[in-house]
Design a protein around this ligand. Structure first.
Ligand SMILES: [Zn+2]
Length: 97
């Protein structure tokens, strides 16, 4: 069954930014019992870095990771999450009973 994104525990990069060593291009943080990798990307203006998580499953850069049913933190694509708003517009994304 698909989970609704808004109801899943989430982890935003800003919540852990203080734990990332300054100027570290990549770091591994321990979140609960999970090791989560972060990556830094030079901003377009080349005047600083933006930080992202690396999804442990698909490897894409994400600002937010989610968790549901006690899974590890992953991106919304890997967890197949749907936005509550998209269910209103398109009820077919809901699981059939
Ligand atoms: Zn993913």
């Amino acid at each position: 069954m698909r989970h609704i994104l808004e109801t899943c525990p989430r982890l935003h990069i800003r919540q852990v930014k203080a734990a990332i060593p300054a100027h570290a291009l990549s770091a591994t943080l321990q979140i609960g019992s999970q090791d989560v990798c972060t990556v830094a990307k030079l901003t377009n203006l080349r005047n600083g870095y933006r930080y992202y998580f690396r999804c442990p499953r698909c490897g894409t850069r994400r600002e937010t990771l989610f968790r549901c049913d006690f899974s590890v933190f992953q991106c919304r694509v890997c967890l197949d999450l749907v936005y509550a708003s998209s269910m209103k517009k398109n009820p077919s994304v809901l699981p059939s009973p």
